[in-house]
Design a protein around this ligand. Structure first.
Ligand code: ZN
Length: 176
């Protein structure tokens, strides 16, 4: 299902809506289309290209910072698409404290890893094999990260998400 990225009047990413909803916002003059999608809607009187990115005409205040959903795509993006142990291209998700030994499935315990490291580490603690993390895994902050976890990765969105710290690395094999 195609989606449209919604930006605040300040260009800050807010969220994702359906293309149909986005078109209604544009037709009601509540938003401006800033990037067209590939979808053309035909109707009796003509045709209209649905927007890929819209910007709200009026600034809206964001009431509260919601948590960022944990997805494979977002974990890869946070870790730059690299294995946190050896910096090879990441192909899998590792639980730092193994799930079999009480580790949680949360932002503080999941990292991008290559297949080799993931296999070598298996169900061991880092200290048992003398490995270290380059940095402590944390939950990323901001709407741009939420969007990465919810919408399809549209290349037209990247220019609007990357200023908010979302790494443009979008591996083809990643699925949420
Ligand atoms: Zn590795």
């Amino acid at each position: 299902m195609p989606n449209t990225l919604v930006l605040n009047a300040t260009y800050e990413p807010l969220g994702v809506v359906s293309e149909r909803r986005a078109l209604i916002l544009v037709l009601n003059n509540r938003a401006i289309s800033v990037e067209d999608s590939e979808t053309v809607l035909h109707y009796a009187g003509g045709q209209v290209t649905l927007p890929a990115v819209i910007r709200l005409v009026k600034f809206v205040r964001i009431p509260y910072r919601h948590s960022v959903p944990l997805s494979r795509r977002a974990i890869f993006a946070r870790d730059g698409g690299r294995c946190v142990y050896c910096s090879a291209p990441a192909t899998s998700i590792d639980h730092v404290i193994p799930r079999s030994r009480g580790g949680g499935h949360n932002w503080e315990n999941v990292v991008s890893a290559c297949h080799k490291c993931n296999h070598l580490k298996a169900d061991k603690f880092l200290k048992e094999i003398g490995w270290r993390l380059r940095s402590l895994p944390r939950e990323p902050v901001g709407a741009a990260w939420r969007i990465l976890g919810t919408g399809r990765p549209d290349s037209k969105w990247i220019a609007y998400l990357s200023p908010y710290g979302v790494d443009p690395y979008l591996p083809n094999s990643a699925s949420a």
